[in-house]
Design a protein around this ligand. Structure first.
Ligand SMILES: Cc1ncc(C[n+]2csc(CCOP(=O)(O)OP(=O)(O)O)c2C)c(N)n1
Ligand SMILES: [Mg+2]
Length: 569
């Protein structure tokens, strides 16, 4: 969905009503918030329009919740925060949304315009510090600007390359009445209110020429590999991607929101053999940056092709990469057409070539061997539990459309490797900004977006602490989810590297065997502690059956280190 579902030419009311009318054009069906008098009129409008309000215990969860909705439903996710600290508390989540290309729309209160500079409560100019982490950040200086600014924020957030946008509204402006009339937008508002902007970037002409070249490479390469990421999902291009890899039999890795575009059991889906990227002749990377997760785009001698949704996503640190930019779905459709033409006109395409078939077979066999060794890795019945054992148990319990939220260090790296994704839009990780504390917001979003599916969080004990109080919101708002905490009693991803570097570590220990399950019980949910690996499965099943937020506190072995090969810095 790349256009507003319902475009209004006229709206009137107090500032809150103008905000909500503008949001509803995009099918926005909820807001996440933490209370503040600066934004009461928005609540009033939500109540009158029957728009659900999800109120949380820390603005980080409001912003992550809204970002989660944006990622799962591919439309603007909206949080409403109060002036000053409400905004500063949201900033890590806004920065995460920028890294993830998520259409997060942040509407904030602001101290009164009429008294600006006189020292009102929470008076701070948000725009200078919010601008660098958003696509646009504006202040509504009169009530009639509110509707077009909020509309613009949604359009801009959804336009490629997607990302967060921000509007703040002074308290004296939002409490006043105003009208919006599309035919009467003053030209003097300029780019601030550009309601006629095009939503999608034009397909670039030079890109169209390069598409032919890439098609030729795909057809003629004897050792191709493909990597697809979140912008394929966000650009609704998952079907085209699947057709491309199936038609041209390209073994494929998926990362971030791209997971599940090929199901885990698809013969072309690879999860364990990333090191083979360095052996490929051609690596096509679609809809994900060439960052630390992909060895900064350096794959041995492979020719690298990078397909991105906007020219700003080009990897400027690399040379000799062929970059195609423009709407990903359109690019893939064109690529498919050109590749078919190339196959038809050149009998010597390598599609049927033995080398190419051997390559696919080699990868498949390697992948199968790695998968078979899972049961050796997870330590079987060892106590304390090996974290990988948890994912073996989960694999037997989760439905194919279950939503898995990951928040933590090593525990989430294990999750990334061992969780099986079968459908797109079922995996929420923090993304390349790597911010701990996403889980409660993302879990709320998952439950709201998909009320009947299994929703499970896999959360490090350290990560859990960042948003633990928002278990209260899950309970209060009746959003049942299962949280599996990998409790190794340490900040694992920091403790082990520090020890390796210095021979000792500091500031990396947490309480051993802390009863996180009792926190959730105290807050009105339920939970249990698990020390025996044979009890993990039953405990998780009890969680799904409980109908309340449920925490399975699994005591894991602090000596297990995730075997990390990627260079984080
Ligand atoms: C907000 C934030 N603070 C600090 C970090 C640095 N950091 C990355 S992983 C990690 C450890 C996470 O510990 P835990 O959630 O218990 O997972 P474990 O590594 O122990 O499995 C830390 C502190 C971060 N990524 N984000
Ligand atoms: Mg830990």
């Amino acid at each position: 969905m790349n256009i507003p579902t319902n475009s209004l030419d006229y709206a009137e009311g107090h500032g809150g009503q103008l905000v909500v009318s503008a949001l509803q054009q995009w099918g926005v069906n909820e807001i996440f918030t933490l209370s503040g008098g600066h934004v009461f009129p928005i609540y009033d409008a939500c109540v009158k329009s029957h728009l659900p309000i999800y109120d949380v215990r820390h603005e980080q969860s409001a912003a992550f919740g809204a970002e989660g909705i944006a990622k799962l439903l591919r439309r603007p996710g909206v949080c409403v925060v109060t002036a000053g600290p409400g905004v500063t508390n949201s900033m890590s989540a806004i920065a995460s949304a920028q890294f993830n290309g998520s259409p997060l729309v942040v509407i904030a209160g602001r101290s009164p315009q009429a008294r600006w500079g006189q020292g009102s409560l929470q008076e701070i100019d948000h725009i200078p510090f919010i601008s660098p982490i958003t696509k646009s950040a504006y202040t509504a200086t009169n009530t009639s600007e509110i509707f077009p600014l909020v509309e613009n924020a949604c359009n801009e957030a959804m336009a490629v390359h997607r990302g967060p946008t921000f509007v703040d509204i002074p308290i004296d402006v939002i409490y006043s009445n105003g009208i919006f009339s599309r035919s009467q937008i003053p030209e003097s508002w300029g780019e601030k209110v550009n309601v006629s902007q095009s939503i999608n970037a034009e397909q670039d002409q030079t890109a169209i020429r390069s598409i032919e070249e890439v098609a030729r490479l795909i057809v003629s390469s004897r050792k191709p590999l493909l990597v697809a990421g979140g912008d394929v999902w966000m650009g609704s291009a998952e079907d085209q991607l699947k057709v491309l890899v199936e038609r041209f039999q390209i073994p494929t890795f998926l990362n971030g929101q791209g997971r599940g575009i090929l199901s885990f059991d698809h013969p072309l889906c690879l999860t364990r053999t990333r090191s083979m990227l360095a052996q490929a002749e051609l690596v096509v990377v679609v809809g994900t940056p060439l960052d630390f997760r992909l060895s900064f785009g350096r794959f041995g001698d492979a020719q690298v092709v990078h397909i991105v949704d906007h020219y700003s996503r080009k990897a400027n640190h690399l040379e000799n990469v062929i970059t195609l930019h423009g709407d990903i779905k359109t690019t893939l459709i064109q690529l498919l057409e050109d590749a078919e033409r190339y196959v038809a006109s050149f009998a010597n395409s390598s599609l049927a070539h033995k080398d190419r078939q051997d390559w696919a077979t080699e990868l498949r066999e390697l992948e199968s061997k790695e998968l078979e060794s899972d049961s050796e890795i997870d330590g079987g019945g060892t106590i304390p539990i090996h974290p990988v054992r948890i994912f073996r148990e989960l694999a037997g319990i989760l439905d194919r459309d279950a939503i898995v939220v990951g928040d933590g260090g090593d525990f989430v790296s294990f999750a990334g490797k061992y969780v099986r994704s079968y459908e797109p839009g079922c995996w929420l990780d923090p993304g390349p900004y790597g911010c701990l504390g996403t889980s409660m917001g993302y879990l709320m979003a998952a439950r709201i977006a998909h009320p009947t599916r299994q929703v499970v969080g896999v959360i490090g004990d350290g990560a859990f602490g960042f948003s633990a109080m928002d278990v209260d919101s899950l309970v209060r708002l009746k959003l049942p989810v299962v949280m599996v905490v990998g409790n190794n009693g340490i900040w694992g991803l920091e403790k082990h590297p520090m020890k390796a570097l210095y021979g000792y570590d500091v500031a990396a220990d947490l309480q051993s065997e802390c009863r996180y399950d009792q926190i959730i019980t105290a807050l009105g949910g339920a939970g249990e502690i698990v020390r025996d690996p044979n009890m993990i499965g039953e405990a998780i099943t009890r969680g799904f059956d409980s109908g309340v937020p449920y925490l399975v506190n699994v005591i894991t072995d602090p000596n297990i280190v995730y075997p990390r090969s990627s260079n984080l810095a």
